[in-house]
Design a protein around this ligand. Sequence first.
Ligand SMILES: Nc1ncnc2c1ncn2[C@@H]1O[C@H](COP(=O)(O)OP(=O)(O)OP(=O)(O)O)[C@@H](O)[C@H]1O
Length: 846
Amino acid sequence: MGSFAGSCEIVEEKDEELRMAKAHSGRYGKPSLGGSSSKDSERKQREYHGSLEYDIDKLFQSIPVKPPTRRLLSSSFHNNFETSASAGPSRTTSPSTRSAMKKPMTPQSPRVADSLSLKQALRDRCISKASEMAAQKRLSKSAAASPRVSEADRIKSLYNQSTRLVPVDKGKGTLVSETSLMPVNKDIPSTSRSVSQRSEEPPNPVSEPSQAGTNRSGSCLSSGSGDCEVELDENVASTSAQDDVQEVDKHVTSLLPSDSSNKDNAEELEKKILATTLDLEQTVKFDDSPPEKSKTVRKVTRMIPRPKKKILVKKKLKIGIVSTKKDEETNKLLCQRCHCSLKSTSIINNQPPSYTTSHEVADENSSGSCNVSQSSEAEIVVMKQNVSSSNNDSGNKFEFSLSSKDSLGDYSRSTSMSEESNLSSRFSCGNKPHMSMDVRWEAIKHVKLQCGGSLGLRHFNLLKKLGCGDIGTVYLAELIGTNCLFAIKVMDNEFLARRKKSPRAQAEREILKMLDHPFLPTLYAQFTSDNLSCLVMEYCPGGDVHVLRQKQLGRCFPEPAARFYVAEILLALEYLHMLGIIYRDLKPENILVREDGHIMLTDFDLSLRCAVNPTLLTSTSPPDPARMSDPYNTSNCIQPFCVNEQSCQVSCFSPRLSSNQQQQGRKPKLPDQHLKRSSLPQLVAEPTEARSNSFVGTHEYLAPEIIKGEGHGAAVDWWTFGVLLYELLYGKTPFKGYNNDQTLANVVLENLKFPDSPLVSFQAKDLIRGLLVKEPENRFGTEKGSAEIKRHPFFEGLNWALIRCATPPELPDCYDFGGGPGSPGGNDDRYLECKAIGDHLEFELF
Ligand SMILES: Nc1ncnc2c1ncn2[C@@H]1O[C@H](COP(=O)(O)OP(=O)(O)OP(=O)(O)O)[C@@H](O)[C@H]1O
């Protein structure tokens, strides 16, 4: 109150104060007696000036008093108070306000009795006003926080989830690599203390994820399409995060039930809180205890947005390669780093060139920076991998080594892991049967033969840059002396090592070597040249599906086209899962379009490798003739060139009945109605037990379990598959928010909604609904993998075995080969410059 009165009345003149003081001393003081009494009166006057009474009197003076009715007075005060309050401190300079304030200061002083009652009224009024304001403040807070108990509970539980150490499911024996779970320090009594203790620890630099990102510590995982992919670094403590943590604690505490009915406000606030919580979910790890008893070391990390151009390392490395015109006798390649020339024996009589370079040999023999000793002739790769197993506590890390005679993956290996039999059979395939008739194999073989087996960058004409990723740059290249085009991914080993991205590059390389599928890239060769690691892959001239979608009418695909693309993706994912590869980065940007319009899924550096145990689910029922006309039947192909998909899967991947089924002679549980009608066995090769705690992917495509940090497995690929289908059909992703945090919050909390337009079939929506189930255990595909998805009515009538012979959707005219040597736009003198701009490393071709 004092402050109210004071602030209201401070504008009045001094003489008026004096007058009031006198009146006051007259009223309450004793009569003055001589000199001492004058001193006395001065003292009293001083005391009075600082007293509450003075304030009240001042306030009183400012009010136009109409003695007959106290009510009127109150109301009048109220009005004046509001006026003055709204005028704020600037009242002192506002003439209008001042005049208003002066108004009550008319000479008509009220009588003492009136004054007392008025004072009381004023005091009451001020107190009630203050308490009213405080109450309003409280109300607005609590109203915003929790009008609906269920919402609050939901958020609280989400918060709790985020703060809980991921439980180990002993029954399933799934969780591995829980390296992100910090031990609980019971000695640390409070939240803030635990945070500060953490921040006192020496800063721990960003650490690289274990193979394929199986823990939460590590560096930013990204690929260059402008989306953000993040991987948490739990080792970086920050004091600002401490504030955030406390803020979230406060938020969550305030989410207690209240009686407010302001639902809209509350929802908005909840979302905000959730966004903060979610953000912190990524950045902070708590324990389960209530804040005041928190004992856990909080690990702070930061979401790192994925820029179009990757922020990498500060490095200035220039490697230039110059080649002279093709028809010249000597095809020179100049290294800009040391300006040595890479000699070529030229293209004489159409002989492929052969080059020698001193440091290329050295590079090939050096282990580089990625713990991999490489050469095009022989290679020993040591990989560590976290694999799910029934022994979930240990994480069951295993290690295996691969050796190769040939860079294309003819391996012999030694491993302690029995489940690898299927992997080894893939490795031994060597020359990619589905591409065995491909002229590009022949061309590569031919050049290798000519140059003594040591294929290098010098054998290629780099025609143009196709794109820049997080770990390397991809060029369109022509194998010199042939008309064969390739996409070459060039990665700088030193750079990768410095940025601790070598394991990602290695994982990608290893996965590429394993692949042999029409909808996945073929790796034709790999070599290391000038400390640059190069992967020679199949070139896709059709661009990516993201760009292709932008070119569609309404920026979305017609349903048949979308169905075609997702069907091919489904087969690719099925194959990857069979190999124990969880892809984890499905999005249109990673789906390239081949020249023939079919697709190719690329980019495996975020993929997780794990054990898989393909299981053949059989039925003992006799063959059902009706199934031959079953639209879901995939083996009724009459085309001579068609390989029966199911029998192929059986023979290629040697699935076996699960040991339980074999031992108990039990009839396996059938996956669905369609299978019940079928007598053919069904292959389920889903790595259902794989678990990772990495935070990887692209915001709009991240599965809820990744966001919540609950640990994830192969089901994330079925979630992203649902998001993909949605985006292809509707031209946008289902949970996109106005920023990344909002998107993450939406993924976890928002219900799936379908726009009214474009019109999409019930089947498509039904499939999307099944895939975008937030709980992975209830998600379509989780249990039986692609087998159950393929049988969904959305794919009715699709002949899976023949899809690669089907006519793809029509492509817009977007082929661009960039011109070859000698062709318009072609560039015969080539420079490959690897330069660093800030933190960004870029290879330039000019
Ligand atoms: N085989 C290919 N054929 C045609 N273009 C390709 C091929 N491979 C890659 N590209 C293009 O090169 C770009 C960079 O590819 P890259 O895989 O290095 O990066 P990314 O997809 O951003 O992934 P990341 O950053 O995770 O490595 C891609 O966006 C794609 O457009």
